[in-house]
Structures are given as structure tokens and as C-alpha cells.
Design a protein around this ligand. Structure first.
Ligand code: SF4
Length: 317
């Protein structure tokens, strides 16, 4: 069993949305990230998964709740006190073109975190380290002095990964890192992340709306709906036998190659996710849930343990 690297306890984040109104982006979310493992975080766009990732990165503060790194509370540390943890945590974003400064060469982009943390005494040592990182992510030496606009999307994402690896982190939060890439390039980047995990013992929080990608890369999966976690568990269990009706809805929308299994799919209620400004009372999924009972609109189901899994649904008691 792996050790817990990072833990979020009861995180809440609202954003103001005009007079007396707020977007309830993240509501009472708790989860654990294990050392050297990948936790996939899935859910429809607008469910709060990126806000959760940014809170874990200390980029935005929660309204309440707590974040612990290896058991030490870090939520309310100042930016200066958080610096030693910052090096342990890095982030890779969806759009490498937007996240890389177009005026900086590959050398400067990858060297920047090495210089920020003063990891080398000389420019030559820094350049040697940059070249090692480029080789690790599959970029040839001759790219050293080129600029982001000279690369394809996949190559730019490799630069972003090399930059994230530079401070030798323990955890990389990947926010939709392959969703802007072609399928063949997606596979290359996912395989790169997997091999980096094996060689460096890295942990990933892998945020995505794409279930097949999450299934491929994650050891455990957490499903988020309208600001809350509705199910977590070992990835294969969650995908083979989803317990929460929303997880069934999500997994049923992934194309299946087997036509017989296609017929077994549950019929699911259609409809859009309600606004996070006024989430439904009780179970937030109840307006879309084909199994909703009167209790579901009155009482919010708590996340309960079912073996290695957790699920928030009145059907699972
Ligand atoms: Fe459906 Fe009720 Fe379960 Fe919510 S608590 S998912 S509405 S059955």
C-alpha cells in the first residue's frame, strides 16, 4: 500500500457571481493522492475539477477545508513559506502554447525553474541539465535554441513536461494535458507520462473529461459532479462496475467496441448539468437520475465506503 502524498479535506470554493450570488465550484471535497500513483479526476466541463486542481497547487486559496502534504497542513502557508512545497508540486496545462512564453527559447523555458530554485552553480551545468531533460521527454538537442511557435502541439507539450520535471517534483497535476492533441500524439504523451512515473516514482493527478484516457493512465479514479465527488475507487472497478448512477451515465457514453455489451447499457436520463450557482437540493444529480426517489431531493447522500470504493448515493447503503 502506498503512502499518502497529499490529502484534501472538506475543500470548499465559491466564486462571486453578482449580487448575493456565487458559483459553488467545489463543495466539501475530500480526496487522497498516493505516492507514485495516478489519481484520475473525471467529470463534465464545469464540474469544478480544474478549480480543485488549482487549489491543490496553492494557486487559489480554498474558502474552507484543509490540504496536507505528507501529513503537514499547508493550506494557509504564505507564498514564501510554501516555496519548499512548490518545488514538489508542478503542473502541466491543457494548452502548451498558452502556458509557454513565446519569447523564451526551449533552453530558457526549461532552465527557468532550475534557476528559480538555484539548482546549479553555473550556466554550463544548467544547460547540461536542460539537455538531459530534453532527452528524457524525447526532444532532440538541436531544438535547444528554438521557440514554441516552431513546434507541433505534441512537441510543445513535451517542452511543458520537461519544464515540470526540472525541479524534480513528487507530484504533477495534469489538467487536460492531451485533450488539445491528435489521438496518435495523445498516446505518445500518455506513454511518456507512464514511463516517467515508473522511472521517477512520480504521482499524478490527471484531470480530464475523457474517460478512455483516464482509464488508460489512472490507478484510481474519482468522479466529480457539480462540485462534489460522487464516486472513487480503483480505476478498473469504477469502469467495469460503476456504482453511482452518474458514473454509469458517464461510462455508458464511452464508445464500446463490443456490440453485445452496447445493448447492456443502462438507459440514462438526458439533460444538462444544472447551474453551479443554484445546485439542486439533496442529491445534486437527482434531476437527471432515472433512479431518483423522494428522499433524493430532500437529503444529500454522504460519500460512504464500499470496500475499496466510496460512493455518494442513497441506493448504496
Ligand atoms: Fe440517483 Fe438518488 Fe442516488 Fe442521487 S442519491 S444518484 S438521485 S438514486
Amino acid at each position: 500500500m502506498s503512502e499518502v502524498l497529499m490529502e484534501a479535506r472538506n475543500l470548499v470554493k465559491d466564486f462571486p457571481a453578482g449580487r448575493h450570488r456565487a458559483v459553488h465550484a467545489v463543495s466539501d471535497v475530500s480526496l487522497e493522492l498516493q505516492e507514485g500513483k495516478t489519481l484520475g479526476l473525471v467529470g463534465e466541463s464545469g464540474c469544478g475539477k480544474s478549480t480543485l486542481g488549482r487549489m491543490l497547487m496553492h494557486l487559489i486559496p480554498p474558502d474552507s477545508g484543509e490540504i496536507l502534504i505528507r501529513g503537514t497542513p499547508v493550506t494557509w502557508l504564505s507564498d514564501a513559506d510554501f516555496m519548499k512545497y512548490r518545488r514538489m508540486l508542478q503542473m502541466v496545462f491543457q494548452d502548451p502554447y498558452a502556458s509557454l512564453n513565446p519569447r523564451m527559447s526551449v533552453r530558457s523555458l526549461i532552465a527557468e525553474p532550475l534557476e528559480t530554485y538555484r539548482l546549479h552553480e553555473s550556466r554550463q551545468e544548467t544547460t547540461r541539465h536542460v539537455l538531459e531533460l530534453m532527452s528524457t521527454v524525447g526532444l532532440p538537442e538541436e531544438f535547444l535554441h528554438r521557440y514554441p511557435h516552431q513546434f507541433s502541439g505534441g512537441q510543445r507539450q513535451r517542452i511543458a513536461i520537461a519544464r515540470a520535471l526540472a525541479p524534480d517534483p513528487d507530484l504533477i497535476i495534469c489538467d487536460e494535458p492531451v485533450s488539445a492533441l491528435d489521438v496518435s500524439v495523445q498516446n505518445q504523451i500518455l506513454n511518456l507520462l507512464k514511463s516517467l512515473q515508473q522511472s521517477r516514482g512520480l504521482a499524478f493527478l490527471f484531470i480530464s473529461h475523457d474517460l478512455s484516457v483516464v482509464r488508460f493512465i489512472s490507478d484510481r479514479t474519482a468522479v466529480m459532479y457539480l462540485g462534489k465527488i460522487c464516486e472513487t475507487g480503483p480505476t478498473e472497478d469504477v469502469f467495469r462496475e460503476p456504482l453511482h448512477p452518474y458514473t454509469r451515465f458517464l461510462t455508458a457514453s464511452v464508445p464500446m467496441p463490443d456490440p453485445h455489451r452496447r445493448q447492456e447499457r443502462p438507459k440514462m436520463a438526458a439533460g444538462e448539468m444544472p447551474s453551479p450557482i443554484s445546485p439542486p437540493a439533496g442529491c445534486r444529480f437527482h434531476p437527471r437520475c432515472p433512479y431518483a426517489m423522494p428522499e433524493c431531493s430532500r437529503t444529500e447522500p454522504k460519500l460512504r465506503r464500499c470496500g475499496e470504493r466510496q460512493v455518494a448515493c442513497h441506493l448504496e447503503k
